[in-house]
Design a protein around this ligand. Structure first.
Ligand code: HEC
Ligand code: HEC
Length: 469
């Protein structure tokens, strides 16, 4: 499987979904801002009455401003002590989006697109020397005021509820994957150094304890990194150890005595590769590795929760995963089948079974049979969190579900986005369904039709024979 390429494609698909979400977000922002702008033009007029000869303002910065990076930290450092959770001087609170936009006792603090007319800018710039913000301590520098102006002029985007407006992360795990961590030339160098070792004649005679051989870019990658730390590879294991390790790794089972003997005396220069191929081809390979996948997607054969009834037909999904590993199914296909297999055209049996991932989780029978509608709604929310969490953790390596109750503390996932992802899966219901593909259904129906016709003909014949007798 080509994991990198396929993960890349999965990311692109997710990015495309996000892009769709963002459109609706922008529409919403434009709506909110236009409401704010209408409300604040009144205040701007009011404010301009007392400012007949305003002092010049520092110019707006000419760079794109990011609220979470440039603006929010400034506001929280210089303003929140008097306009935050504890105090709201002048009736204005700046740590929450809604109140910051609404403004204080004298109206909106800023007008999107119009920084020069914004009360906030006039206050921080000290247009009226008697009214300067902050009133004590360090004033904002002209550069900081320039950033605030640019932010307002660029539309005063405030991407979140304001409690945690992180919209991006510097964390390494959220950066694009580089093509290769070790440069091509380092790998080629390492490979060249061990070129002679690659020659079949030499390898065939090599005893199990010769120095490790660099036979692939992966080996080169590892030795290059080891070398920078003054380390070298361990000696190669002997053949008995090697076949035992490989068998457990790939199939979860020990090799038989016969298999060990055959490998130890195998003189082929490709004995090791042949062993790997044999084990990869074993049906136990899929069984062994499917187990890890089934853990990831929280597969069980009962409902979990109070009554914990058995799910008699869950094994279809288990077998599907085993089958997919053994067939070396491309990762992108494997992923699509499990996230949306039942709507992938053409509909296949694997697609319908694969989508079971969405409902592998616990089923709260007591919660779902509550008479109280609110209780049932809560149960459903828990179910959806489990579903979004599993999809996020399995395919993105992210706990998207943490953002259900508060914007994510560490990953750039605002609460709003949790509900956007949730809405994608909102139609998912628990239950059992047929798993035959449409063509299988059709041929089954045709067979039934034919048999019924034959039965009717036979019945007809029997009736006539009985009538004659
Ligand atoms: C030490 C406390 C303090 C700090 C820090 C502070 N302010 Fe103020 N702010 C006040 C007080 C007091 C008022 C009310 C002044 C008045 O009504 O005349 C006020 C009023 C305002 C108003 C007008 C609210 C309204 O509608 O009447 C705005 C806008 C404002 N501040 C912005 C800021 C900004 C932006 C910062 C940070 C750069 C900031 N303030 C920092 C104390 C503070
Ligand atoms: C069902 C709702 C819910 C979910 C889901 C949830 N949280 Fe929370 N979280 C809360 C609440 C409520 C608080 C505030 C608790 C308090 O202040 O006493 C909180 C607080 C926190 C805090 C402390 C915040 C601070 O500023 O001190 C962290 C960190 C946190 N959550 C992380 C997570 C992580 C990680 C996840 C996912 C594994 C998660 N949360 C999922 C409801 C939730």
């Amino acid at each position: 499987m080509d994991f990198y390429a396929n993960i890349g494609r999965a990311e692109a698909a997710f990015a495309a979904t996000r892009r769709r979400f963002l459109i609706s977000r922008n529409t919403l922002a434009v709506f909110v801002l236009s409401v704010v702008a209408t409300a604040s033009s009144v205040a701007a007029e009011k404010a301009s009455v007392g400012n007949s000869s305003p002092a010049p303002l520092p110019p707006a910065a000419v760079v794109p401003v990011d609220f979470a990076r440039d603006v929010q930290p400034m506001l929280s450092k210089h303003c929140a002590s008097c306009h935050g959770p504890e105090k709201q001087k002048g009736g204005w609170r700046v740590d929450i989006r809604a109140t910051a936009l609404k403004g204080g006792d004298s109206g909106p603090a800023f007008v999107a697109g119009k920084s020069a007319e914004s009360h906030l800018i006039q206050l921080v710039a000290g247009t009226d020397p008697d009214k300067v913000m902050p009133p004590k301590g360090d004033r904002l520098t002209p550069a900081q005021i320039g950033l605030l102006r640019a932010w307002i002029d660029q539309g005063a985007a405030w991407p979140d509820d304001g409690k945690s407006a992180r919209t991006r992360s510097e964390h390494w795990s959220l950066q694009p994957v580089p093509a290769s961590v070790v440069s091509e030339s380092v790998i080629n160098n390492q490979l060249a150094k061990h070129e002679s070792a690659l020659k079949p004649a030499k390898r065939a005679t090599g005893s199990p304890n010769t120095d490790p051989l660099v036979t692939s870019p992966i080996d080169a990658f590892i030795t290059a990194r080891l070398a920078t730390n003054g380390l070298a590879m361990s000696r190669a294991a002997n053949r008995v150890t090697l076949i035992r390790r490989l068998s457990f790794d790939l199939t979860g089972l020990p090799p038989s005595p016969d298999e060990i003997d055959a490998f130890v005396v195998n003189k082929s220069s490709r004995a090791y590769e042949e062993l790997v191929d044999r084990l990869l081809a074993s049906p136990h390979y899929g069984e062994r590795w499917a187990r890890h996948w089934l853990d990831t997607v929280r597969y069980t054969e009962s409902q979990g929760f109070e009554y914990d009834r058995l799910r008699d037909n869950a094994w279809h999904y288990r077998d599907y995963v085993v089958r997919s590993f053994n067939a070396d199914k491309p990762y992108d296909r494997f992923m699509k089948e499990q996230v949306a297999g039942d709507v992938l055209e053409p509909v296949t049996s694997d697609g319908m079974v694969g989508a079971s991932l969405l409902v592998c989780g616990p089923w709260d029978e007591a919660g779902n049979s509550q008479a109280n509608q609110t209780q049932r709604a809560i149960t459903r929310e828990e179910e959806m969190e489990d579903l979004v969490g599993t999809v996020g953790q399995t395919f993105l390596g992210l706990t998207v579900n943490c953002a259900r109750c508060h914007s994510h503390k560490f990953d750039p996932i605002p609460q709003e986005e949790y509900f956007r992802v949730k809405s994608v899966f909102d139609g998912v219901k628990h239950g059992e369904r047929g798993i035959a593909s449409p063509s299988e259904v059709k041929s089954r129906e045709e067979t039934i039709e034919r048999l019924k016709r034959e039965m009717a003909e036979a019945q007809d014949l029997v009736s006539r024979l009985e009538a004659d007798s």
